[in-house]
Design a protein around this ligand. Sequence first.
Ligand code: GLU
Length: 517
Amino acid sequence: MSNIRLRFAPSPTGSLHIGSLRTVLFNYLIAKSLGGKLILRIEDTDEKREIQGATEGLIKILAWIGLKFDEGPHIGGDFGPYIQSHRLDIYKKYVDELLIAGKAYYCFCSTERLQKMREDQQTKKQPPRYDRCCRNLSKEEVDKKIKQGETYVIRQKMPLNGEIIVYDELRDEIKFQNTDLEDQVLLKTDGRPTYQLASVIDDHLMEISHVLRGDEWLSSFPKNILLYQALNWQAPKFIHLTLTLNKEGGKLSKRQGDVSVEDFQANGYLPEALLNFCVLQGWHPSTSKVAIADKKDEILSLEEMVKYFDYHNMGTSPSIFDIEKLDYFNGYYIRQKSLEELTKLCLPYLEQAGIIELMQNGKIKMENDNIKFKNKLTGKEISFEYIKKVVKLEQERMKKLSEVGELTKFFFEDKLNYAQELLIWKKLTLEQVKINLQIVFELLKKIPNSEWTNDSIEEGIINYLKTKELKVGDFLWPMRVVLTGKQASPGPFDVAEVLGKEESLKRIKELISKKVI
Ligand code: GLU
């Protein structure tokens, strides 16, 4: 049995940041490329930052992304509980051991004292650090203070001199001076553990073999290692993942657009695209001999990533979040979808755009393709087959599922709203447009319903224009605009086919019978 075990350990403080998607993906890839397991652990020891329902939200969005866990609060496992607030007794036990061994101590310093100490340090231009005031309290003093009901935290005793060398799998050795390390808090005044304590204990007890986490934890890395040493435990391997920066080199923040996976989902991004995009933020298939032999480019399925990935080839320079690249991947994966699947994926977005209503008490019966929807713009019934034909015409152009409403609304509308000038092709006048559309109308009318396909529509119109030596654009541009009301859309024959003969003729008729044009 493999002893490779990795964990993704989010705090339930809100939605899943896109940077955390990268973290969970690389954890998954290390685990799976080495034949190991991925564990989900919820780090909810900071009550102040916890958001109600966030854990359920995390589990839901991770399921949508499609990365499967082997153990976790939602599936169980032999190393639970997997939620830190259910493990408080465990932390307490190890803190007691550290206290007895003289490796940790009670600190009774008040918030006010600590505040004043920081201010003094700032004035003296000293680094902010706990001054170890309580480190050498006698047992009697400690007992007395506890008896008097004074609140306390438990701090870890850091070595007072020397240096510590820690090892990151990507960065090799990193040296820290022990004098630079603060006596970190292990247990807070509310009796809850800090991240530093809980993560070390849990990683050990859950037999985690590799810890992959963001490089914001690099500065506390030596303290973690010292804690492993204090507990006489072997530390797992550590890999610190570089930050993702925006194009200007700053932190990704909400102000510059979407940062949570939930936002990307709402905006019509596919999990495949997000994963493919994220994997290139820190690793590249060109580092894999197997990928090169397979002639693999940057388009990678999850299975391919697992096949080619080797964490030793991960990069250590910050990666840049390039949304155009993500859009490119998303368009690519949209084009790869079967029409059936893509249409189903588009339904919620069409509903959101106020175009259709999912009629089965808000639920779509996916197994039944004959299901009818309500066209909210006309009040009429509309079939899944019709929506499928509409989506087919936009599959090539769609970059995000959320664009489907805007791109296809004209297929569902009764009355199109557009400026008449849009009908004009080059030097045509509106009068001429009307005459040309009258001709188109007559040509279309002649095509029997049973032969109403884009090919026969094209044939009927183009043959006529050729015989009469007329300019194609003078007819097809106004025809396309009168059917779509849009500057850009699929071609007029495709649109006419999907709209059907009756609706196409109706749209043209309406325009040509207008008195003033
Ligand atoms: N709970 C920590 C966070 O959300 C986990 C860091 C780690 O992976 O160790 O940042």
